[in-house]
Design a protein around this ligand. Structure first.
Ligand code: FRU
Length: 614
């Protein structure tokens, strides 16, 4: 469904790389000179744009100094193939067009002779191409309507802004492999939050270090002096220590210039993931920084986005303290029904999530432009609140300048516990579905954040494949077949009613015997999600899990909106009052949904299943 998908399926099934590397290439354009048992020079002389590098996942990193006209321009780390090539990655030569480029490669493995080193698969596989083409080797688990990088590792979403009808999404990216390394800002754009266009890498590591997470704003009033409506991004430069740097774009986020005065913020202790916004009440810029190891957020202010003053801190000893605090976000919202204005402070934490590993914690409170004051409960304590009750929604942050006052957010759909071990190779990780954040008052008087699927997702609906109502659950389980279109990707809308001690099981199954059990418990007012038998689960002991969410109702009724997209299941309950995002790796697509109950009164009031368009 995404353009990424169409792009990749447009390629021939057998690696185009293989055919390209099999054909004669101008020997003069690419010269490989072995200099020692671990050192090789790759000289590039031609005008091609990409040098394809063969990668073997299980190998250790080779260090490659890219020497341009005699000077080191950048250093990258690549698991260059030794005995076999798992996949290829493109090294973009366009910044060095017309110059002398040498890749000074130091391989990690011990060697007895240069003759042995010459046998490595990577030397034969390197090829110059323009443009590059790659077969999609991940058709089983690459989602169809979630954002994924074309190839390589991805973690946090970064620097998102909306401008001129385009949603910009940057992300923590390793362009040279599927493990955390070479952190850069990858870039994708979308006009509808469903179809994503891959864009060239936006920020690559520089002398100050890797490009870690950060945020972007559109500087409408040219406060920074880079021009009216320039896009200004702050990110963490992660070198020996972490500091904050600035980059700006005068072409709406397509290309960035790094600010010569970087870093613009240095502190004596580790702080990262700058997230800023324009405060229209105080008429200045506000910024949050994660004071990761101190488990708190720092607040700063500025008039020009370049010079920042530390104002206050929030969080030490509050909420969940079991992990580092990362990736802050903060925004005002109106509470549904009451009209009250409250601020939501997002504090992603890792580990310490309710089901282990990483999770999105948040606080509701007030912000006066300098200090954040969190709401307390009846006992005067600041309650711990979670935005999602699955295992796979982390580093969630929102778009700046979203239209119509929307607070649209997206998370990284994985968990640091096993993100590097999930059974995909060419790419690792997708983002969650985009969701609209709101506020509502719970029965306990507390204000909670809601997450509802972004309205654009309605356009994906194709055929109404199942449409039933009044299903009694007193006898045998009721079984419906899921649409087979696009490997069973679908949207399920199910309204459940139960009483007393009754539970209602909603089980997804396939012919391989995999199953996912979603169970509503009317007494406890909870929904659980059991993926212990969901398919491939043994790649990490932390993957098989049961996650449980409060359903925020008192009347025995839950309405669920469930999105299945090959390797993920996202549940939005009771108009977004709770959400649950979980990865699954079924051996084959789930093909049926069976519903049953422990009691005689429970029923499914309505069940609708839509196939989704490709
Ligand atoms: C969160 C995080 C951030 C950091 C980035 C590095 O997942 O640890 O704090 O900026 O990932 O990739």
């Amino acid at each position: 469904m995404t353009n990424i998908k169409r792009f990749i399926t447009a390629m021939t099934a057998i690696g185009i790389m293989t055919s390209v590397s099999g054909t004669a290439m101008a020997a003069d354009d690419l010269q490989i000179e072995h200099l020692g048992v671990t050192n090789t020079f790759v000289r590039v002389n031609g005008d091609d744009k990409y040098l394809m590098l063969p990668v073997q996942e299980s190998n250790d990193d080779a260090r490659i100094n890219v020497i341009v006209d005699g000077k080191i321009a950048e250093t990258i780390y690549v698991r260059l193939a030794k005995s076999k090539t798992d996949y290829m990655v493109p090294f973009d030569l366009s910044p060095y067009k017309g110059k002398n480029v040498i890749l000074d490669v130091v391989t990690p493995q011990g060697r007895s002779s240069v003759r042995e080193a010459k046998q490595d698969a990577c030397w034969k596989g390197m090829v110059l191409v323009d443009p590059y083409r790659m077969p999609d080797t991940e058709t089983k688990y690459r989602p169809l309507f979630h954002h994924t990088p074309l190839y390589g590792w991805m973690n946090d979403p970064n620097g998102m802004f909306y401008k001129d009808g385009v949603w910009h999404l940057y992300y923590q990216h390793n362009p040279y492999g599927s493990k955390w390394q070479n952190l850069s800002w990858g870039h994708s754009t979308s006009k509808d939050l469903v179809n994503w266009e891959p864009q060239p890498e936006a920020l690559r590591p520089d002398g100050l270090g890797y490009i870690f997470s950060g945020s972007s704003v559109v500087d409408h009033d040219n406060t920074a002096g880079f021009g009216k409506d320039a896009v200004v991004s702050l990110y963490t430069s992660a070198g020996t220590n972490q500091m904050q740097s600035l980059a700006y774009s005068t072409d709406s986020g397509e290309t960035f210039t790094t600010y010569p005065g970087n870093p613009i913020i240095t502190l004596e202790s580790e702080a990262r993931d700058p997230n800023m916004f324009w405060n229209d009440e105080t008429k200045e810029w506000n910024l949050m920084l994660a004071h990761a190891l101190d488990h708190e957020m720092l607040f700063l202010t500025s008039s020009d986005l370049k010079s920042w003053t530390l104002q206050s801190a929030f969080g030490r000893g509050e909420g969940c303290q079991d992990g580092v605090w990362e990736c802050p976000d903060m925004f005002p919202l109106t509470v549904d029904g009451t009209g009250e204005k409250k601020w939501v402070l997002i504090c992603n934490i890792n580990p310490g999530g309710p089901f282990g590993g990483s999770a999105v914690q948040y606080f509701v409170g007030d912000w006066d432009g300098k200090t954040f004051k969190a709401d307390t409960d009846a006992e005067g304590k600041i309650p711990t609140k979670w935005l999602d009750y699955g295992k796979d929604n982390y580093a969630l942050v929102s778009w700046s300048d979203a239209p119509a006052g929307r607070r649209t957010a997206i998370g990284w759909m994985s968990n640091w516990q096993y993100a590097a071990d999930v059974p995909t190779t060419q790419f690792r990780s997708a983002n969650t579905l985009p969701r609209e954040i709101g506020l509502f008052k719970g029965a306990d008087g507390q204000i909670y954040a809601s997450s509802t699927p972004s309205p654009e997702l309605l356009a994906m609906r194709d055929k109404l494949a199942v449409n039933k109502s009044g299903i009694k659950l007193s006898g045998k389980p009721s079984v419906v077949t899921l649409p087979a279109t696009n490997d069973g990707i679908c949207e399920i809308l199910i309204d459940v009613e139960a009483k007393g001690n009754e539970t209602v099981d909603m089980t997804l199954t396939n012919k391989a015997g995999d199953k996912v059990v979603m169970a509503y418990n009317a007494k406890d007012h909870t929904l659980s999600f059991d993926r212990t038998m969901s398919g491939i689960v043994d790649f990490s002991e932390n993957f098989p899990a049961v996650t449980v969410s409060p359903t925020f109702e008192q009347n025995g009724k839950v309405s669920l909106r469930i999105f299945i997209d090959r390797s993920s299941i996202e549940i939005f309950g009771n108009e977004g009052k709770f959400s649950m995002t979980n990865l699954v790796f079924p051996n084959e697509p789930y093909s049926s949904l069976s519903v049953s109950s422990t009691g005689g009164n429970a029923k499914i009031t309505t069940l609708r299943i839509y196939s989704l368009k490709n």
